[in-house]
Design a protein around this ligand. Structure first.
Ligand code: 5AD
Ligand code: SF4
Length: 474
């Protein structure tokens, strides 16, 4: 499925920035310091998009706040992957009635995947008159222009046309942290898993040019970031649309070659095209974390086929074996959907047995959520919510037990960790991550934040490890 990618010309982004500066002059005219709030739902890609929204808002002169009563502008960046996230968004947007009553000039924008679905835009148009601006993921690059239209005309603006997707470079960013950074390497998805709405709302796969990605990674390293997560819906197919001779493994190597002490992480990988070359590259590149998030979704071949996942249980297990041969210390995490239409007790038993066999370090488990317009939405779904909940509970119990066992096996070992933040608690005031991304709580001087140190693991449970600083830093 080839299509022409739409690359937004640099002049267009420059035009958006000049609009930002006009808005700046206007909203700060009487010495005011207006405030904006960006509320983010969903995945890391959305977190990364919100950093761009904040970047634009900062250019427009807005300071940031977490208090919706203080905010002059509220942007809600939404998720469409499951109904639960959509319900939360709608509930929280509805509650903004109160803030807008208290502050009638407040501007409320709703953007992201949820509003790229026509039925949701219509719902907002009809039932949420407090919302002034609605725009989909493909329009984020021209947020300043859309926002100015609201300011100028005091009329509602909707920008959610269908679009196979754009790539825009040069949008300013206000990053959330100073230790860990998101780096989008590609956007969209071509896989059309039958349960998933993402390809419909985020468009087709399109990769950023390797030189753009590497330049951003260099900037991050130069600014002191120590943990860089490469983001894409399916990073393993990076580069395919570019027609260059650079695949995802090559990209990792290029980033690994940047001088400095930092870690490279990535998500998400699709098992249909995880290659031995990728595992070898991970093993050989010193800065690449030994962690793969490899969503299996289900353990039964019948269900995998109905999901259009393009691999079998056997192929998946073969990949895990190969990855572990290259990296015996590999940390493995996964996503699993319980209660896909028609999933029987027997199918589910195969998910349980697969999880017993793989022994994931952590599992993210979801009950199937029907998404309008996806093929699975019209498949027969005879099982009740209670049936599904029973399976879900059994899987959670298994996941928790295995995570606890795996975490307990760390006790007494020394681990090199990156201290990534303060917790605000007394006893364990710092949080850190192992190379494989496991959470470690520890006590220590706040000046350790942003440093790699060696800790001894003294305890572990389902959720985390507990450590104390070992004598040698390293
Ligand atoms: N219902 C439940 N879970 C879903 N996911 C994606 N779509 C759905 C859905 N319709 C899960 C998958 C995916 C993760 C990000 O969300 O497990 O890997
Ligand atoms: Fe959705 Fe499948 Fe694409 Fe992941 S790979 S975003 S689950 S369609």
């Amino acid at each position: 499925m080839k299509y022409e990618r739409t690359t937004i010309p640099p002049e267009e982004i420059a035009r958006q920035l000049s609009i930002c500066h006009k808005i700046f002059d206007r909203v700060t005219a009487d010495g005011a310091r207006p405030l904006a709030m960006v509320d983010t739902y969903g995945c890391q890609q959305n977190e990364a998009d919100s950093e761009k929204l904040r970047g634009y808002l900062a250019e427009m002169g807005y300071g940031m706040t977490q208090d919706e009563f203080q905010a002059d502008v509220i942007v809600v960046n939404t998720c469409a992957v499951r109904e639960h996230a959509e319900m939360r968004v709608l509930g929280n947007v509805g509650a903004l009635n109160h803030t807008k009553k208290a502050k009638p000039d407040q501007i409320i924008a709703v953007c992201g995947c949820m509003v790229q679905q026509e039925h949701m835009t219509e719902k907002i148009r009809r039932s949420y008159p407090i919302v002034d601006l609605v725009f989909g993921p493909h329009e984020l690059w021209r947020f300043p222009e859309l926002f100015k239209r609201v300011l100028d005309r005091h009329k509602r603006v909707f920008a959610t046309e269908q679009n196979p997707g754009v790539v825009a470079e040069g949008i300013p960013r206000r990053r959330d942290g100073s230790v860990k950074a998101w780096l989008s390497i590609m956007y969209g998805c071509n896989n059309f898993c039958t349960y998933c709405v993402v390809p419909y709302v985020r468009g087709r796969e399109r990769s950023r040019l390797p030189e753009e990605v590497v330049a951003e990674a260099r900037e991050l390293v130069a600014s002191g970031y120590k943990d860089i997560t490469l983001l894409g819906q399916n990073v393993n197919s990076y580069g395919r649309d570019l027609g260059l001779d650079v695949d995802f493994a090559d990209l990792i190597r290029m980033i690994n070659d940047i001088p400095g002490d930092f870690l490279i992480r990535f998500m998400t990988s699709h098992p249909k095209d995880a290659t031995e070359k990728l595992f070898r590259t991970m093993a050989e590149c010193k800065k690449c974390a030994h962690h793969i998030h490899l969503p299996v979704q289900a353990g039964s071949n019948r269900i995998l086929k109905a999901m259009n996942r393009s691999y079998t249980r056997e192929k998946y297990l073969g990949e895990i074996a190969s990855a572990r041969r290259w990296m015996p210390d590999l940390v493995l995490t996964t996503d699993i959907i319980v209660g896909f239409p028609g999933e029987t007790d027997e199918d589910f038993a195969e998910t349980l047995s697969l999880c017993e066999e793989v022994r994931y370090d952590a599992m993210f488990t979801f009950i199937y959520s029907r998404r309008v317009g996806t093929p699975a939405a019209s498949m027969p779904d005879p099982y009740t919510r209670e049936d599904k909940q029973k399976h879900f509970d059994a899987l959670t119990e298994l996941a928790n037990r295995i995570s606890a066992e795996k975490h307990r096996a760390y006790i007494g070992t020394k681990q090199r960790v990156l201290v990534d933040g303060e917790t605000g608690r007394d006893e364990y005031n710092l949080s850190a991550r192992t190379n494989g991304g496991r959470l470690v709580h520890l006590k220590g001087d706040p000046s350790l934040v942003g440093q790699f140190i060696t800790v001894e693991i003294i305890d572990g449970n389902t959720w985390a490890l507990y450590g104390k600083e070992a004598e040698n830093h390293g």
